[in-house]
Structure formats: C-alpha cells, structure tokens
Design a protein around this ligand. Structure first.
Ligand SMILES: Cc1cc2nc3c(=O)[nH]c(=O)nc-3n(C[C@H](O)[C@H](O)[C@H](O)COP(=O)(O)O)c2cc1C
Length: 178
C-alpha cells in the first residue's frame, strides 16, 4: 500500500508533519508513506491557467497523488479554519480528476485543547466537494500537541499511537474495497 501524506503547515517543526512522520514509522511493513515536502513551492491558485500550462510544483504534486493508493492530510488550524496554504494547494486539484474517489484520511494537530477540529471539519467538507472518498473512521484529532511529542518532535503519546493504528487500518480497508 502506497500512501502520500500532506501536512497543512509550512513550519519545519510542524506538529502536523510530526504526526505524519509518526504514522510513517508506525505503518506496517507493506505500507509506505511518502511525506510531501514541497507545499511552500505551490504558487497562488489561478483558475485561468490551462491544464497544459500548470506550474511544475502542481504537476509534480498531481503525479505523486496519482501514484498513491491513499492520501493522508493533516491540517493545522488558523483562525478557526483550514490554513490558506492547504486550501490553495487543494484549489489547484479541483479541476483535476486526481482525487476523485481516492481514499483520504484527515487528521489535525493543534497546541489548543480542541485538536484543530474547527479546521478538520471544513477540510472534510472541501474534500467531499472534490468527490474524494473521505475515510471518516480514520480521522485523528490531536489536542495539546506540545504534550504529545518530545523535544525532537517524536510522538510519545500512547493513545495517539493507538489512534494511528486504527486510522491506518481504516484507510487500508477503504483502499482494498475500492
Ligand atoms: C496565527 C495563528 C492562528 C492560530 N489559530 C488557531 C485556531 O484558531 N485554533 C487552534 O486550535 N489553533 C490555532 N493556532 C495554533 C496552531 O494550530 C498550532 O500552532 C499548531 O501547532 C500549528 O500546526 P503546526 O505545528 O503543524 O504548524 C494558531 C496559530 C497561529 C500561529
């Protein structure tokens, strides 16, 4: 199973990226998770750019998504919603068929006590509007992130590790059903 994981944060020390790294480490032997590291390269969405003229970072992203069996998107929360950088990335994909019916797990991590749920919910709606197969049983919200990772951003929280196992199993089942 080949998974592609996008963190909705540009911070090098992003907790969302740290969660995806933990998911990659905890995944079973037959699962590979590639962490996307070019979100900063995605230009501002312009719907007037024709498909054949898409910027290279966008065509690279589309080819990585196409090659994946399933996707994980982990979002930060800014001002009670999805970070602009993540919404901008998704806007480039709306006219493409790359995410249609693709199994997608949504996770969110925040230093606040709600775990980014106010970004998580609108992200699910955006992905539903794009006709992805959002695997709700795979959702994870991680509140109080500063207490769940060590100083090197390694996941230390046992409950979150259990949630990751459940999440990856749900994603695998959705992929196998497809
Ligand atoms: C400008 C700004 C606005 C934020 N707004 C919210 C918010 O509305 N709700 C929330 O739960 N956390 C909010 N946060 C906290 C972030 O969710 C938290 O810093 C989180 O760790 C960011 O994700 P990252 O570590 O993956 O970059 C905000 C942080 C910043 C810098």
């Amino acid at each position: 199973m080949k998974l592609f994981a996008i963190a909705g944060s540009v911070r090098p020390d992003s907790y969302n990226r740290a969660l995806l790294k933990a998911m990659a480490e905890l995944a079973s032997e037959n699962t590979s998770i590639t962490l996307y590291d070019r979100i900063r390269d995605i230009p501002t969405f312009d719907p007037d750019i024709a498909d054949e003229d898409l910027p290279e970072p966008v065509t690279h992203l589309i080819s990585e998504l196409r090659a994946a069996d399933g996707i994980i998107i982990s979002t930060a929360e800014y001002a009670h919603s999805v970070p602009g950088v993540l919404k901008n990335l998704l806007d480039w994909l709306v006219a493409s068929d790359v995410l249609i019916l693709k199994p997608v797990v949504v996770t969110s991590v925040s230093t606040s006590g709600l775990g980014g749920v106010r970004a998580h919910s609108p992200l699910v709606l955006i992905l539903a509007a794009m006709n992805t197969n959002v695997v709700i049983e795979g959702s994870i919200n991680v509140p109080c992130a500063h207490n769940k990772f060590d100083e090197n951003y390694n996941l230390t929280d046992a409950l979150t590790k259990s949630a990751i196992a459940v999440s990856l199993t749900a994603l695998e089942q959705a992929i196998n059903k497809g």
